[in-house]
Design a protein around this ligand. Structure first.
Ligand code: F3S
Length: 277
């Protein structure tokens, strides 16, 4: 038995709950439901939906004309939406409103002719979707760490956007470096409240716990950020997808247990039981 405390808040955020509710509603219609990309980054959940008949695709070409099509919570590019309409798909957009706010922000910056810097993971679906709002995505700069700020071209003014699930402390450090380099940095808050609350809760737990376990999927950006935050606080931290991942871990007590915004509480309960029984 390992002394384990549950960290709060954790688990499903508002955006994930909203996306799943919209998908559940789509499933009540008696016709095939296509989802472009995983609805949220949670393999167990996605497989559960597959069993219910949901068809997850990575490419719009795989979706028949006129089909019922769901866009994931991470958001999609303008081009995808236009192509889906051309295919006469009936679209259900589960993009999280916090992501939509960033889409609107970068669109406004581009209209005003302001060079855009986006703090985010380049390959993440949200970053791809955000850049996809722009007429000239190739002109925007994506940065993941402070050192990349040195490589950015000079300008009087830049507009800054941040991926919703980015590491809040890292984003702050990059923002400070940008403020030293550019006279004016136009900024709108990007990291969402759910991400911030979960990262702060982990930091707090690190004061009293030796190990932090994060239940979440390897594909989940916010799950990996929680592990990163705990490690930055000097704690051992592990990402746990299923209870099988506990095998062989040498856990130093007390353990703090949390979960990503896309991780279900069922898995947290299963991990908690295995640790404490
Ligand atoms: Fe939305 Fe933040 Fe969740 S952007 S999907 S509320 S992690």
């Amino acid at each position: 038995m390992i002394k384990t405390d549950l960290i709060f808040p954790r688990g499903f955020c508002f955006g994930v709950e909203r996306a799943l509710k919209l998908l559940d509603e789509a499933l009540t219609k008696s016709e095939p439901v296509y989802v472009l990309h995983e609805i949220v980054h949670n393999t167990v959940l996605v497989n559960g939906y597959r069993e219910k008949g949901v068809l997850f695709v990575e490419n719009l070409d795989e979706v028949p004309d006129g089909a019922l099509l769901v866009f994931s919570a991470h958001g999609v590019s303008k081009e995808i939406k236009i192509r889906a309409l051309q295919k006469k798909c009936r679209c259900i957009d589960t993009t999280c409103p916090f992501v939509t706010r960033i889409h609107q922000w970068v669109t406004r910056l581009e209209k005003e002719g302001c060079p855009i810097v986006l703090i985010g993971k380049k390959a993440h679906a949200e970053t791809v979707g955000t850049l996809g709002q722009l007429e000239h995505p190739d002109k925007a700069f994506v940065v993941e760490d402070e050192t990349q700020v040195d490589t950015l071209p000079p300008a009087d003014k830049i507009g800054l956007a941040v991926q919703t699930t980015f590491n809040a402390d890292k984003a702050k450090a990059i923002q400070e470096k940008l403020a030293q380099k550019y006279k004016t940095v136009l900024f709108q808050k990007g990291i969402c409240v759910a991400t911030e609350e979960r990262q702060n809760a982990v930091k707090e737990a690190c004061k009293t716990h030796s190990t932090i376990l994060v239940v979440g999927d390897w594909k989940s950006s916010n799950a990996r950020r929680l592990v990163e935050v705990a490690k930055e606080a000097g704690r051992e931290a592990f990402l746990i997808e299923t209870t099988a991942d506990l095998k062989g871990l040498n856990l130093v007590e007390p353990v703090g247990l949390t979960s990503a915004s896309s991780a279900s509480e069922d898995m947290v309960t299963a991990v908690f039981r295995q640790l404490t029984e």
